[in-house]
Write a protein that binds this ligand. Structure first.
Ligand SMILES: Cc1cc2nc3c(=O)[nH]c(=O)nc-3n(C[C@H](O)[C@H](O)[C@H](O)COP(=O)(O)O)c2cc1C
Length: 221
């Protein structure tokens, strides 16, 4: 697949076919993706690939934590958006709920959709990107972003869809219960990955973008 076509066609996939991804494909995908750039080539990323029964247990415990009213305490604290950024967040939710035909009043369906996020959209595999806490949060976050996008693009070569996701690791204690990632490591982000179910309405969403020309200033030209 051509690089421009890959960048243009990548989008978040929030439902997957019930089909496991062969281990060698994920191995190859990660081996290619570590060509991503990082500050001073520090390569701060480490991966936990979670699948099968372990993933099922994490999905269940994530949802139990949510239902039990546990306060999320992610290793990377979430940002709360305001102004234009808040509007974009709300627009995304409206578009997703619109496609899913979930109304504002339908609290039950909204809660169920939220739970789907905590179940990693039932993806067959999840890649958690983490880094050592001795590294600065800002630096390793930047590098994690670079590798996350690289993984999402390389995944397309194998017919795989992805969703970069912070929701699934909001309860890091659940992840650590089943995957022995020590406390000295910071869980940064996860990527749900699998063969896309393109019949699922939310997978039809193509999100908006502000035109680059509207946010670019030119100097010296
Ligand atoms: C850091 C980060 C965290 C995200 N967390 C979530 C999430 O928790 N749940 C979700 O459904 N999508 C999540 N997304 C996906 C974004 O909503 C998505 O990338 C954005 O709406 C643009 O849509 P696109 O990926 O289809 O182009 C996240 C994306 C990023 C980069």
């Amino acid at each position: 697949m051509d690089i421009i076509e890959a960048i243009k066609s990548r989008k978040s996939i929030r439902a997957y076919k019930d089909k496991p991804i062969p281990k060698d494909i994920i191995e190859e995908l990660l081996e290619i993706s570590v060509r991503a750039p990082s500050a001073l080539n520090t390569q701060p990323w480490e991966f936990a690939v979670i699948t099968g029964d372990v993933l099922k247990k994490i999905m269940e415990d994530n949802v139990k934590s949510l239902e039990g009213g546990s306060m999320p305490n992610p290793d990377v604290q979430p940002v709360f958006f305001e102004g234009e950024y808040k509007k974009r967040q709300v627009d995304l939710a409206k578009q997703l709920y619109g496609l899913l035909e979930i109304t504002k009043e339908d609290k039950e369906k909204r809660t169920e959709w939220t739970k789907q996020g905590f179940r990693f959209f039932n993806a067959p595999s999840v890649i958690i990107i983490y880094s050592d806490k001795s590294l600065s949060e800002g630096g390793s976050m930047y590098d994690a972003g670079a590798i996350a996008q690289t993984i999402a693009l390389v995944a397309l070569k194998y017919g795989l869809g992805t969703c970069v996701q912070s929701q699934g690791i909001l309860f890091p204690e659940v992840i650590r219960k089943y995957a022995d990632i020590p406390d000295t490591k910071r869980l940064i982000i996860c990527i749900t990955i699998g063969y896309p179910d393109m019949d699922f309405p939310a997978n039809k969403l193509v999100t908006d973008r502000v035109k680059a020309k509207d946010i670019t200033k030119w100097y010296g030209m």
